[in-house]
Design a protein around this ligand. Structure first.
Ligand SMILES: Cc1ncc(C[n+]2csc(CCOP(=O)(O)OP(=O)(O)O)c2C)c(N)n1
Length: 648
């Protein structure tokens, strides 16, 4: 079947809708890594050339699918056409009557595709799925959220997306008119200002009072969520507007979406950065939320190789291939200590990079850097900031601060470095390559040897878990869709391509890992990639309904439980407190461990229709179980292997 939306026909193409959104994709540079080119996607890829102006105009005219005068349609049908004009691929949502009109229009009028409604079991999961999806796909998805209660549930996950600078479009159901609210539930689920509780950590929100207003605000919301610094937005979909009859489409129009070109650093200042980097003897680049697209990684590699400058990668974005000899995160401390120039690219916590903080009663701090070091920042963090939530980290004075998008500024910086590099400097720069090759090889070898310690231990060592998994996936086209909670992966796996890494939650709000992995796996499904989620047990128990979503929608995803039977991070905090007051640590398991009874994660997964094995305590049983699970995942389904592990 097809639905007709304006002049554009959208064909049924199985479960997944296009990952690439023409309008949004035109904001992104074309796929630039060999990796992206070598595995052509079955559908419109990220970074595909955007539509021509003519195409955009054709697609943003009032859809012909809206009824002509005299035919009855719903206001929500027009809203769905607005979502379609933005090519929103999915709606992650738990149902709620405050958006019943919209949901009905999505599934019937919109034929449940582009966007497709994916059933979630908690609003926090809906948002985390959209968060993971957006990072993996490069374009946002929408979440529908049920009134006051759904918004409260969604709020922590929106905070994670805010801190992580990730686009998410939240559509909040509400009935603003007291005279039309259904008695009882409609009242308790409605608000005068529904977005108030999430306003501090969304870029923008609006409560449109008409369908035309809805169209304009939704397009504005899309534009803002995708403008660097990216972040979640919220639009209230008033129930009266959703449920009103529409006899005549009249003058309703949907504005066209034109992506903002991201702000680039000032050219004079960029030349100064190039001059400092070229002249430096011991420069270091720290990359944080830098790579928004595959081009981010390619450009950083080019810059690093031009200067033979070591890269310290914070692991929040796929900035740099970890097996490249200039990937020097393992030497971060020594490099920062000795550096004469430090360039932070979209570095959220510059202070933490150049200062030592000791978590003792005195809160001891000391500088890590050499006197006279030049600190440079390129990033968008100062372009958008809010007062209340403190995710902007401690203030750090720098010598040169450029408010511009890091990835967008890299081409100019690369050109400036090329023109600054005299033959003499080129040979100095070339000479430092060998030392980095050696230190990279030494760090790898050390990690390899360290990983063998307690190889046969039970509970299973986290190194063994990581390496048994690597053994099975390294010949596949794999993606780490979860946060990289086991550091061995970034030490010993080969993150050679942009899409291998999806990154962390941003706000460290637990309950993110599983749903975000499911969302990212949705984005990778059309590429046939093997998506791997190393799943912490504490995180799992916040939002495990996400597994059902994976089972129901046939989302292939391998979840390997990192089951240390504890909220171990918190165990360590309690130990620190107990040690500080010299009270012994023998009671610090109270309130921080997940024992008595042990949780049977395989049973939970099976109960939701997911293939599962475990708990596995014998390290030799791990490889065969992973092999079986991978076969299930390759058949297009989710699978879970519960592995009982060492705490860290
Ligand atoms: C919503 C939320 N609640 C509580 C915390 C505090 N917290 C930080 S780490 C952690 C433990 C998480 O346990 P798990 O996911 O199993 O990871 P582990 O520390 O055991 O490796 C908790 C509860 C948090 N960050 N977010």
């Amino acid at each position: 079947m097809t639905v007709t939306s304006g002049k554009r026909r959208v064909g049924r193409r199985g479960f997944m809708t296009a990952v690439g959104v023409a309008g949004a994709a035109s904001a992104l540079p074309g796929p630039s890594s060999a990796a992206e080119k070598s595995s052509p996607p079955p559908r419109a890829p990220r970074g595909a050339p955007g539509p021509s102006i003519g195409q955009i105009d054709a697609e943003t005219k009032v859809p012909a699918s809206l009824p002509m005068a005299g035919t009855l349609s719903a206001g929500a049908d027009f809203m769905v056409d607005v979502l379609k004009s933005l090519k929103l691929p999915y709606i992650f949502a738990n149902p709620g009557s405050s958006f019943r009109g919209l949901q009905e229009s999505v599934i019937n009028y919109g034929n449940n595709r582009d966007p497709e409604f994916l059933t979630c079991m908690h609003e926090e999961s809906s948002v985390a799925m959209a968060h993971g999806y957006a990072k993996a796909a490069g374009v946002p998805a929408a979440v529908f959220v049920h009134g006051t209660v759904g918004t409260q549930h969604a709020s922590m996950a929106l905070y994670n997306a805010w801190c992580d600078r990730v686009p998410v479009i939240a559509v909040l159901g509400n009935t603003v008119n007291a005279a039309t609210r259904r008695p009882n539930i409609d009242w308790v689920h409605s608000a005068q200002d529904p977005a108030a509780i999430i306003r501090d950590f969304t870029k923008w929100d609006d409560q449109p009072a008409s369908l035309q207003h809805f169209a304009e605000s939704m397009v504005r919301a899309y534009k803002l969520t995708m403008t660097s610094p990216m972040g979640p937005v919220a639009i209230v979909a008033d129930a009266d507007l959703q449920e009103m009859g529409l006899h005549d489409r009249g003058p309703l129009t949907i504005p066209k979406y034109t992506p903002n070109v991201p702000p680039q650093g000032d050219s004079g200042a960029v030349r100064e950065v190039a001059r400092l980097l070229v002249a430096a003897e011991r420069p270091v680049i720290v990359a944080d939320r830098l790579a928004r697209t595959p081009a981010g990684l390619t450009r950083l590699v080019e810059l690093a190789e031009l200067l033979n400058v070591p890269i310290v990668d914070q692991g929040n974005r796929p900035n740099f291939p970890n097996m490249h000899y200039l990937s020097q995160s393992a030497q971060a401390r020594q490099l920062i200590n000795k550096a004469d120039v430090i360039l932070g690219l979209e570095l959220a916590n510059f202070w933490g990079m150049v200062n030592e903080y000791i978590d003792n009663a005195e809160h001891t701090t000391s500088s890590k850097v050499t006197k006279g070091v030049k600190l440079i920042s390129i990033g968008v963090q100062d372009l958008f900031i809010r007062s209340n939530y403190q995710d902007f980290e401690r203030f750090n004075a720098v010598d040169l601060s450029i408010a511009g998008d890091g990835e967008a500024t890299l081409p100019a910086l690369i050109e400036a470095v090329k023109s600054e590099l005299s033959a003499g400097r080129q040979s100095v720069v070339a000479a430092r390559g060998d030392a980095f090759r050696k230190s990279h090889a030494a760090a790898f070898e050390k990690a390899r040897v360290d990983a063998t310690y307690a190889w046969d231990a039970s509970p299973i060592s986290t190194a063994r878990l990581a390496m048994e998994l690597w053994q099975q996936i390294k010949t596949e086209d794999w993606v780490m869709v979860s946060p990289t909670s086991v550091p061995w992966t970034r030490r010993l796996w080969n993150f050679d391509r942009h899409y291998r890494l999806v990154g962390n939650s941003g706000g460290e709000g637990i309950g993110y890992g599983l749903p975000a992995s499911v969302g990212a796996a949705v984005a990778h499904k059309p590429y046939g990639r093997l998506c791997v989620n190393i799943q912490k047990d504490g995180d799992f128990m916040y939002a495990n309904g996400a597994l059902w979503t994976a089972a129901h929608h046939r989302i292939p995803l391998l979840s390997v439980m990192y089951n240390n039977r504890a909220y171990h991070q918190e165990t360590m905090h309690l130990q620190r407190m107990a040690a500080r007051w010299d009270r012994g640590i023998d009671r610090t398991h109270i309130g921080t461990t997940i024992t008595d009874p042990f949780i049977d994660y395989a049973k939970i997964a099976q109960g939701m229709g997911v293939w599962a094995e475990g708990p596995i305590t014998d390290p030799n049983a791990l490889a065969p179980a992973l092999r079986r699970a991978i076969q299930v995942v390759k058949s297009g389904l989710p699978a879970l292997v519960d592995v009982v592990t060492q705490p860290r």
